[in-house]
Design a protein around this ligand. Structure first.
Ligand code: ADP
Length: 631
């Protein structure tokens, strides 16, 4: 040890400690994944060095033979994974492996259930990476030095996975990183060359760099031997790649513990040549809805050289769950993000990526309903953004959408638009839908009453993006969308069978409330409502609120208000059910005070069934009590 340097000790963030502890316990039955994670990090580091070297190959420091070395020391009980990649300086080390620098750590911990199986799965989604070392090691030592910096800029990081890690400045002649695992007794199996070989061929055969291990040659001396195929998977012909190989490449690429749901691998040759290998994951990473993380999407290579994680340049935002690789033969090696954005070649690649992604998703929908249901539950809300974001592909996206509906199946999202349209009875000229805060609110909404009675299907939408999407999504197969909570509803011409027609007539007969009464209610409610009218929508409830066709749903208005945003002023229409006994009672009420209370209660009930909070809940309780007591 160099005596002039001091060893500093740092504490992990409390959350890091908790995650480490959990990981070690819940992933123990999967412990061999540590090697895949370390090899994957090493290969990233090599990719990044090669990229920097495009501009300045001095960073190779004369050692451009990029490789990963694995060394087992039986006596010391250590396993070392070494790369001559980009390496890290002190700041990098502190930032990258001193914290679990993931935005959702706290949220993640809150979601843990205590059930090991479930938690192991969640941890997989979280992405374990480097920290998986502690599943098999009771001490981990990292020696690293950044390429291009002086030998004296080396760093040694060490931790036993408890609460702390140490940092020490060291001399290090070679650039790159060396991770040494002091294996636990129960993990000594990983010292055997045979087990290392088999793990490498299972998990890391097709990374683009050689992995070497020292083995005894014929004359009993140790020699370095390549133990993987080292040909980037996507460069091989499809028929030479097994499903297992595709899957393990996916896991190498994404650090995902789960498998990919499916993939598409295409080579395009012609005026420009490129290869795409696209995966649909099985499960969404935890922060899918929020993340703008570049690193997790598509990786761009030019002639096998990794250039950048370029999700945003090659994929529209609504396909941000896709994973994979794009390798172009024609883009310049020094392509920048800006250039990618404007470049005609990359524009073509981007449209091809979108088309192939949508085709891949459509294929799941066509081939396997159960699988698609799973896909939809993970990524449906994100895909919906495409309806707004990608007008050019709307016709491709619309058939992929799935909704819950009043037709049944609870909150399962299994209804597609084409079959909805097919089921529409004669005379129905719109696709009806309702948006609400959650499925229950949608499905219990009074706005559905007449539709239920007449057997007209209504799509039940409760994703946050729905109201926004529907503002742009105006028709499907030439049928306009219509919210059952907005504007006029006229169902007189719907339904050929006798029963529905009878009911339509009933309604028509009953539908007129006296205009003086309506005016009087309006006066009594003042500025809370823009109009009071007789309802065509209600059969059981006494009242409901209706918006103009272009107005924003009330639940969304509330959400925006809570987020401190300006919401356009809109006053709903109050509709009263002419057949409801409470409305009768209102019509016959001669006492002014009681009339006012009853009108107010009908309005407040309508608000409540929208999920709104009342401005004066105690007043509501008093009014209802008075009415119940006949005061
Ligand atoms: P992830 O790889 O998912 O980001 P990790 O916990 O595995 O998460 O690694 C954290 C970071 O540490 C990496 O993003 C990288 O910046 C750095 N790192 C890990 N291993 C190496 C390595 N062998 N060489 C250089 N940097 C590394």
């Amino acid at each position: 040890m160099n005596e002039t340097t001091t060893v500093e000790t740092h504490a992990f963030q409390a959350e890091t400690r908790q995650v480490l502890h959990l990981m070690i316990h819940s992933l123990y039955s999967n412990k061999e994944i540590f090697l895949r994670e370390l090899v994957s990090n090493a290969s990233d580091a090599l990719d990044r060095l090669r990229f920097v070297a495009i501009g300045d190959d001095a960073v190779y420091e004369g050692d451009g033979d990029l490789r990963i070395e694995i060394e087992a020391d039986e006596e010391a009980g250590t396993l070392t994974v070494r790369d001559n990649g980009i390496g890290m300086n002190r700041d990098d080390v502190m930032e990258n492996i001193g914290t679990i620098a993931k935005s959702g750590t706290k949220a993640f911990l809150d979601r843990l259930s205590g059930d090991e199986k479930v938690d192991a799965h969640l941890i997989g989604q979280f992405g374990v990476g480097f920290y998986s070392s502690f599943i098999v090691a009771d001490k981990v030592t990292v020696r690293t030095r950044k390429a291009g910096e002086e030998a004296g800029a080396g760093v040694c990081w060490e931790s036993d996975g408890g609460g702390e890690y140490s940092l020490e400045a060291i001399e290090r002649d070679t650039h790159g990183t060396e991770v040494t695992l002091h294996l636990k007794e129960s993990a000594k199996e990983f010292l055997s060359p045979w087990s290392i070989r088999s793990l490498v061929s299972r998990y890391s055969d097709h990374i683009g760099f050689p992995i070497r291990m020292q083995e005894k040659g014929e004359d009993e001396t140790l020699e370095w031997q390549d133990i993987n195929k080292a040909s980037a998977l996507w460069t091989l012909p499809k028929n030479e790649i097994s499903d297992e190989e595709y899957q393990s490449f996916y896991q190498y690429l994404t650090h995902d513990m789960d498998k990919a749901m499916c993939w598409a691998h295409n080579k395009v040759e012609g005026s420009q040549s490129y290869t795409t290998l696209l995966y649909v994951p099985e499960t969404a990473p935890m922060d899918l809805m929020l993340q703008r993380d570049e690193r997790t999407g598509l990786r761009l290579y030019v002639n096998r050289v990794f250039i950048m994680d370029a999700a945003q340049q090659l994929l529209p935002h609504y396909l941000r769950f896709m994973r994979g690789v794009v390798d172009s033969n024609d883009l310049p090696l020094n392509v920048s993000r800006e250039l990618l954005q404007e470049n005609e070649l990359s524009g073509k690649i981007r449209s091809a990526v979108v088309r192939r992604s949508l085709d891949l998703i459509a294929k799941i929908a066509k081939d396997d309903t159960d699988q698609y249901e799973k896909f939809w539950s993970q990524f449906g809300a994100v895909l919906k953004e495409g309806v707004v974001e990608d007008f050019a592909n709307r016709e491709r996206i619309a058939p992929l959408l799935r909704f819950a509906s009043t037709r049944g199946d609870g909150d399962k999202h299994v209804v597609d638009l084409a079959s909805y349209v097919e089921r529409m009875p004669e005379g129905q000229d719109a696709i009806y839908y309702i948006t609400a805060e959650n499925h229950q609110a949608a499905s219990n909404s009074p706005h559905l009453e007449v539709f239920r009675k007449k057997g007209i299907e209504v799509l039940l939408m409760s994703d946050r993006v729905d109201e926004w999407m529907m503002a742009y999504f105006t028709e499907f197969e030439e049928k306009p969308f219509k919210s059952v909570a907005k504007g006029d509803i006229d169902l007189h011409s719907v339904g050929k069978d006798g029963k529905a027609e009878d009911e339509t007539d009933d309604q028509a007969d009953a539908s007129a409330l006296d205009s003086d009464l309506l005016e009087k209610v309006k006066e009594s409610l003042g500025e809370h409502v823009s109009e009071v009218r007789s309802s065509q929508r209600l059969t059981d409830s006494a009242s409901c609120l209706v918006l103009g066709d272009q107005e924003m749903a009330l639940h969304l208005q509330r959400l925006l208000e809570q987020a401190g945003q300006d919401v356009p002023d809109s006053r709903p229409v109050l509709e009263l059910n002419p057949d409801h006994p409470l409305v009768d009672r209102l019509a016959n009420e001669t006492d002014e005070g009681r009339f006012g209370d009853l009108a107010q209660v009908l309005f407040e009930q309508a608000l409540l069934s929208e999920g709104a909070a009342l401005a004066d809940p105690a007043g509501f309780v008093r009014r209802v009590n008075d009415l119940m007591l006949g005061k």
